[in-house]
Design a protein around this ligand. Structure first.
Ligand SMILES: [Zn+2]
Length: 64
């Protein structure tokens, strides 16, 4: 099968062909890949800094 799967770039939402040739998949480009990894790392760091250490699925608001 030669039909390329189309995915959305997680960084800019552009349609991207998922092919073996696209080394940056699922991103449209190496640039978007780096942008996304950078923001993810920043976000992760920020959450780790502010989230309460005991935040789990036992939160009564999420159970019910
Ligand atoms: Zn992109």
């Amino acid at each position: 099968m030669t039909t390329a799967r189309i995915v959305k770039c997680p960084s800019c939402n552009k349609a991207v062909k998922w092919t073996a040739k696209n080394a940056s998949r699922p991103f449209c480009s190496e640039r978007c890949k780096l942008i996304d990894l950078g923001s993810w790392a920043a976000e992760e760091h920020r959450i780790a800094d502010t989230a309460p250490p005991d935040f789990t699925s036992e939160d009564p608001d999420t159970v019910i």
